[in-house]
Design a protein around this ligand. Structure first.
Ligand SMILES: NC(=O)c1ccc[n+]([C@@H]2O[C@H](COP(=O)([O-])OP(=O)(O)OC[C@H]3O[C@@H](n4cnc5c(N)ncnc54)[C@H](OP(=O)(O)O)[C@@H]3O)[C@@H](O)[C@H]2O)c1
Length: 302
């Protein structure tokens, strides 16, 4: 395999850390861009990794960082924004991909791996999150002079995730009844190990250029089933109280005013659409995706 110099945007987050470790194994040279270098110095234990403090929203800075790289990976994304007007989503999911495409063009970086999300759809996405993710994905694929592959995962789980770990934290501080909004939403969680393996294989193969790959695990669950599973895995006696639609809306409206927005109106809208793949794991990647039950107990109970 040819080793490459790969610039990773958003490489300090949950997926990014797993991806950096996976790509380092293949001998690639990595440049991870971050807004806060000091917070992520632990990444420097990986061989051939440069951690660069850079504002990826600054077109000139972005081009300077990309200069000399063979490929770019964009993982920047947010699940909630500070305000409520969609501006934060637009900046992170639409403006940034546009600047990235332009910077890649200027610097001759032709190969781009772009992280989108299942159900991302510029026109019909239910939430700001899904519409802006869809627009960003379209911008990347419209850049015909670039060789783009995008990834559309359902919810991603694994060490450091913000799904099972967050519910685990909430369940631990809940006395018995656990009120759950959008409990009937259907999800098909995919293991972060399979997601980063997909990125690594796609980098090594040209056959996926232009494709938008949906990534899901082997099984579909309701949100309620996943929360019940989390409680059972932790050995907690909790009863999930599935909220009706009116109460789910109310919970979203209330919780989005709490610090850290544990749940927001936009999250509620995202959950109105099942996050389930249309087909199995992309055949060309030759990956058998791992099941929740084989992985989650290993890190939740640690
Ligand atoms: N996790 C999931 O279940 C899931 C599911 C579907 C799709 N995705 C997509 O996968 C990607 C990675 O997700 P993740 O869970 O790894 O996210 P994450 O842990 O929040 O990491 C995202 C990284 O992006 C950077 N970032 C965040 N907001 C930014 C902004 N406004 N401007 C510049 N940089 C920003 C941050 O790096 P610094 O703070 O170091 O700058 C952060 O470490 C995202 O695009 C997300 O939408 C995730």
């Amino acid at each position: 395999m040819t080793t490459q110099t790969i610039c990773i945007l958003g490489g300090t987050g949950f997926v990014g850390r797993h991806l950096a470790a996976r790509l380092a194994k293949d001998g690639h040279r990595l440049k991870v861009l971050t807004r806060h270098r000091e917070r992520h110095r632990d990444l420097l234990v990986l061989p051939r990794l440069i951690l660069a403090e850079a504002d990826a929203h600054d077109a000139k800075v972005l081009a300077a960082e990309l200069d000399g790289c063979d490929a770019a990976v964009n993982l920047i994304g947010i699940l909630n924004e500070r305000g409520r007007d969609g501006r934060g989503f637009y900046q992170a999911h639409v403006e940034l991909p546009r600047k990235l495409a332009q910077a890649c063009r200027e610097t001759g970086v032709r190969r781009v791996l772009h992280m989108s999300a299942l159900n991302a759809d510029a026109a019909y996405g239910r939430s700001h999150y899904l519409r802006t993710k869809g627009e960003g994905e379209n911008i990347m694929h419209a850049a015909h002079d670039l060789r783009v592959t995008s990834f559309r995962p359902s919810i991603i789980f694994g060490v450091g995730d913000s799904f099972f770990n967050r519910f685990a934290r909430l369940l631990k501080v809940t006395p018995y009844w656990f009120p759950l909004a959008a409990a009937g939403a259907r999800l098909q969680p995919v293991h972060v190990g399979d997601v980063v393996e997909a990125f690594a294989r796609v980098l090594a193969r040209e056959g996926t250029v232009g494709k938008r790959l949906e990534l899901c695990g082997p099984k579909v669950y309701s949100l309620e089933e996943l929360v019940e599973y989390t409680a059972a895995t932790l050995g907690l006696r909790r009863s999930v109280l599935a909220l009706g639609d009116g109460m789910s809306r109310l919970q979203a409206r209330l919780l989005e005013h709490l610090p850290g927005k544990p749940f927001s109106w936009d999250n509620y809208l995202t959950l109105q659409q099942d996050s389930v793949c249309h087909t199995g794991f992309p055949e060309e990647l030759d990956i058998t995706p791992a099941a929740v039950e084989d992985i989650v107990p290993g890190y939740l109970t640690r």
